[in-house]
Design a protein around this ligand. Structure first.
Ligand SMILES: NC(=O)c1ccc[n+]([C@@H]2O[C@H](COP(=O)([O-])OP(=O)(O)OC[C@H]3O[C@@H](n4cnc5c(N)ncnc54)[C@H](O)[C@@H]3O)[C@@H](O)[C@H]2O)c1
Length: 363
């Protein structure tokens, strides 16, 4: 039994991690620590909070006193750091917050962890990072391994690369026990509906076209969120301190292919469950139309990376990591979750920003 501090657990991956971890390790205690920014949703985790096994603290990872008090009060054994500003588009319009949260915030969390774990004589820090730190691949380049140099291209990826370097420095200089996972694009339930799959899905349910940046041929490696959670727990259990692990699903798709797969999944689920037509009267299915092809090309984001692809061989070998879902099965679960949780995504819609009109003005 262990006590976990999960930062950023009211966001997409952090909240899925809490649900996942409680299912697979029901004896552990979890403290959900979140600043509740635009991306944080208390309601997502509210059903889990019982103040006995699962607790909630509203706090900023940059707040030394709040973090230290929380570590001491709940006798934390392991910190899993998801807290971050995570949207590339937002980092282009407002990089300051990315520097503050992702770099200064992680630095503060590391400082608090080091002094608390030293006093306690044990403790593990796990940092969640992204494949975007490695920059963009040409079509003929091999996928990213852990040996690829950091070549971040956006304020978001630069801030994440900096935080990864800080974790490394705390391990090598001060002896903090820490691991890092660099994961590819995640998709699944509970994702704020501003990133590709959530935005496309909710647009299609409202009978709106899906905006496609540029030519739509940007390639990403997709992983179902529970498989990312599995990899994180394997890295915490079996990983070596100071090591980084690349996590991916070997499921590369262009954005256009992703939207086509998503549309076909919607067609299939509406056929299997015709009751959804009543629930979504504006959707293309309600007009007896396919969801396929309901796209519109819009101005691309500045500096849009062309291709990311992870080589997960090291984590497969060292951690025994193996994704449980294919892109098709993960997408099916994702679409069904959004269809069944309309109130959840509708409540978040007003927090979205329309970036494509900004990029059009800039181009
Ligand atoms: N989404 C992806 O596809 C993906 C892929 C690889 C890695 N990652 C990384 O995984 C992590 C989580 O990503 P996500 O998509 O769930 O993000 P998200 O934006 O959905 O959630 C971020 C959460 O962090 C909280 N937060 C922000 N600033 C905070 C602060 N200063 N103190 C405390 N909490 C704060 C927010 O309120 C929110 O709940 C990030 O570090 C991201 O870089 C994401």
């Amino acid at each position: 039994m262990a006590n976990y501090l999960v930062t950023g657990a009211c966001g997409f991956i952090g909240s899925n991690y809490v649900y996942y971890h409680l299912k697979t390790k029901p004896q552990d205690k979890i403290v959900i620590f979140d600043a509740l920014t635009y991306a944080g949703c208390y309601e997502t985790v509210a059903p889990l909070i019982d103040n006995n096994q699962v607790f909630f603290v509203k706090g900023d990872i940059g707040d030394l006193k709040c973090v230290t008090d929380t570590l001491e009060r709940y006798e934390i054994d392991c910190i899993v750091n998801f807290a971050a500003e995570s949207h590339v588009d937002r980092s282009i319009l407002g990089p300051d917050l990315f520097i503050k949260t992702n770099i200064e915030g992680t630095y503060n969390l590391l400082k608090c962890a080091l002094s608390y774990f030293e006093k306690r004589g044990q403790g593990h820090f796990h940092h969640i990072s992204t494949d975007e730190v490695f920059g963009s691949l040409e079509e003929s380049d091999p996928p990213f391994t852990e040996q690829n140099p950091f070549r971040p291209n956006s304020p978001y990826s630069a801030s994440k690369a900096s935080s990864d370097c800080l974790v490394r420095a705390f391990v090598h200089t001060y002896g903090l026990k820490a691991t890092v996972t660099n994961c590819s694009n995640n998709y699944g339930p509970r994702q704020f509906p501003e990133k590709l799959i959530g935005l496309a899905l909710t647009n299609l349910l409202e009978g709106k076209l899906v905006p496609i940046y540029g030519d739509g041929k940007q390639k990403r490696d997709w992983l179902f969120v529970d498989d990312h959670c599995l990899a994180i727990d394997l890295a915490i259990e079996k990983g070596q301190s100071g090591e980084t692990y690349n996590i991916g699903g070997r499921e590369c798709r262009t954005n256009l292919e992703v939207i086509e797969n998503l549309s076909l999944t919607l067609d299939k689920i509406f056929k299997e469950h015709p009751n959804f037509i009543k629930q979504y009267p504006l959707s293309f299915a309600a007009k007896d139309e396919s969801f396929v092809g309901k796209t519109t090309f819009v101005a691309d984001r500045p500096g849009h990376d062309r291709r990311y692809e992870i080589d997960p061989s090291f984590s497969e070998k060292a951690l025994g990591f193996k994704p449980q879902e294919t892109f098709a099965s993960g997408l099916y679960k994702t679409v069904l979750w959004y269809l069944e949780n309309e109130a959840w995504w509708r409540a978040l819609q007003q927090r979205r920003i329309d970036f494509s009109s900004t990029w059009a003005k800039m181009s």
